[in-house]
Design a protein around this ligand. Structure first.
Ligand code: EPU
Length: 425
């Protein structure tokens, strides 16, 4: 869906409270994990985002019935798997959907899933997903851009990931939960979204030990039951609004946060001179009347500084006098925001995955988001400067930020979106 651009008038202080939504990247794998149970599952705190609708469309094809039973409460039921294939038209819309491979394989014994391809900021390989499932006993063939996985018996054995991968760990867990095998995953991701998936699965009757450590032991169980689960707050959304507060030299109160998931972000903002006060579930980020200092950032897997906040941090640092260096080795090509920030007067020099940022005053300009977090960087930048910035590519923002216009208005931002739906892609 193509949406009409956002018109933002910046340059004024924001104030008030923003309630952070449930985590997109925790909700997506949990929704996929619901495929493993034949009973009803109710998820609370599910953000109503286009990525969630995309995964629900794919699950409907596989046999899942879903119904929204509250604003953010979702009931899922997969009495049986109707199709074991995830076609390109559905998988290509969202790379995260590749983890249905493990879930369908576990429940139905075989699965065919299209290769997800890259995204606006470069290749996003799935070699670790495939190597893990193979090492655990699945036969995987690749033909014309489709992966077909078949298992003769329950997955079992040991796999050591060659690098930390959130999606790869999700896929291997999902594939291993059902049956009578024992699986050990080493160098597994300790990301909050992996811990959440494990907590959800264990709540439904799975036997997974080691959540939050690099070694996971999964003992297969015969079936998972249904039940209820509440999705954790979105740390990337919270981080985005923290950077918005800092960039606009404002004070914002964020509710429904897990401050323990944001330590790397809080630490960097404090190093810059931003005041961050937290009481666990509420954070007050205050950058009023402060002369912020430049900082250097290198992204890492959790608990390091997240790549999903790199573009927003670059936008913030583009407003801070002095030289900052931002490096994103996790996704070296995640740089689509840079050319757009240049239009707004940012002084950013790129070499490989390194941005050298000389901060100063930005100015309004017409810009275009090419992906979700680049879009977030642009609305942060837009709200720092006088005049009207028009942001195109709004459909990307709808992948990750629920009711963004209303929530920005709620803290005093001047944001308009003249006509919502313009045309279909
Ligand atoms: N990688 C490989 N081979 C693999 C898998 C990953 O080389 O088989 C590499 C990637 O190229 C990357 C690194 O490993 O350099 C980490 O990738 P990871 O697999 O952890 O990423 P992901 O699971 O595909 C999730 C989030 C992304 C987020 C990354 C990193 C979801 C739906 N997506 O992706 O979120 O950037 O982890 O934290 O959970 C976003 O929300 O904007 C977003 C893109």
């Amino acid at each position: 869906m193509q949406l009409t651009p956002l018109h933002l008038q910046g340059g004024r202080e924001l104030r008030g409270e923003i309630a952070v939504q449930g985590s997109k990247n925790a909700a997506l794998p949990i929704i996929v994990a619901s495929l493993l149970s034949a009973e009803k599952i109710t998820l609370r705190g599910v953000p109503r985002l286009s990525d969630v609708h995309t995964i629900l469309e794919l699950l409907a094809h596989l046999g899942t019935q879903h119904v929204w039973v509250g604003a953010n409460d979702l009931e899922l039921h997969t009495p049986r798997i109707l199709n074991t294939d995830a076609p390109y038209a559905l998988v290509s819309k969202m790379r995260a959907s590749f983890i249905v491979l493990g879930a369908i394989l576990a429940r139905a014994g075989q699965a065919t899933v299209s290769m997800p391809g890259g995204c606006a900021w470069g290749p996003r390989p799935v070699d670790q997903h495939v190597k893990a499932l193979r090492a655990l006993g699945a036969e995987i063939t690749e033909d014309g851009g489709n992966f077909t996985a078949v298992r003769q018996s329950s997955l079992s054995g040991r796999f050591i990931f060659e690098l930390l991968t959130v999606g790869g760990t999700h896929n291997a867990i999902l594939a291993s939960v059902l049956g009578d095998g024992v699986v050990t995953l080493e160098n597994a991701s300790i990301d909050t979204d992996v811990v959440e998936l494990i907590e959800f699965l264990n709540r439904m009757g799975a036997d997974i030990q080691g959540a939050g450590t690099n070694t996971l032991t999964i003992r297969g169980v015969m079936a998972l039951r249904g039940g209820e689960y509440t999705v954790i707050p979105d740390r990337i959304e919270a981080g985005t609004f923290m950077m918005l507060a800092a960039a606009t030299r404002s004070c914002l109160t964020l509710t429904n946060v897990r401050s323990d998931h944001l330590r790397a972000v809080t630490g960097k903002l404090q190093e810059m001179g931003v005041s961050v006060m937290d009481s666990g579930q509420t954070m007050v980020v205050d950058a009023r009347e402060r002369a912020l200092k430049p900082v250097n950032i290198t992204t890492q897997s959790y608990p390091g500084f997240p790549t999903d906040l790199q573009p927003q941090m670059s936008a913030l640092l583009a407003t801070v006098p002095g030289t900052s260096v931002v490096q994103d080795p996790v996704y070296p090509d995640r740089l689509t925001h840079v050319a757009e920030l240049h239009r707004m007067g940012a002084n950013i020099t790129v070499s490989g995955y390194t941005q050298v940022i000389q901060g100063g005053q930005l100015h309004a300009a017409p810009v275009k988001a090419a992906d979700l977090r680049a879009g977030a960087a642009l609305f942060i930048a837009a709200l720092t400067c006088e005049g009207e910035t028009v942001i195109d590519g709004v459909q990307y923002l709808n992948r990750g930020y629920e009711c963004l216009v209303e929530r920005l208005r709620g803290v005093g931002a001047t944001v308009a979106q003249p006509d919502l739906a313009l045309a279909m892609d």
